[in-house]
Design a protein around this ligand. Sequence first.
Ligand SMILES: [Fe+2]
Ligand SMILES: [Fe+2]
Length: 207
Amino acid sequence: MPLGEPPVSFPDEGWVAKLWHEQEAFDEIVHRHSIRVSIVCAVLAREMGWSEPEIVKMQIAGQFHDIGKLDIPREILNAPRRLTPEERELIEGHSIFGGRRIRSLGQTPVLGFVEEVVLHHHERFDGTGYPDKQQGKGISEQARIAMVGDVYSALWEKRSYKDAMSHDEVATRMSNGDERMTPAMFDPDILAALRDALPAIKGTLTA
Ligand SMILES: [Fe+2]
Ligand SMILES: [Fe+2]
């Protein structure tokens, strides 16, 4: 999927393009990060053997996983300084805020699937995530995929506070851990899929 175009939509999911443009108008960093997450999520779902319509759902969910950030002031979101504990708590609220936003759009199977990803993409396999401290396979598969896709993309990207990393370095850090993360955060099956899909990710995630 080329950057800068809404993902392939289901015919009855008119909200996708609208929300895409709303997110794009809100913040370019969030928007471009989300495009990358949607790409990695789709590659991972394919590697996990998902069917084509399910892969498209995963792609849409990746695109909007951080939609709750639209409820957070951009000065806090992009603050070039250490955040206060209160500010960090507010940012962590984006899972809940985003879940509410998606729910307000109506009830379709795709919206239900996306809402689950939005709510739980910061849960960790070892139970140390948020907002519900879910654990292991008790976390939905789509949220476990989104979590891996989100961390992968965030590490690969250049940010104001960090340099970009190569694909190989990101994969190595996620597999072996580093000063900030442990592989226990990730579903080992999805981590294995990530390693197998690395050539596909390298070919797709280029900018
Ligand atoms: Fe997030
Ligand atoms: Fe994210």
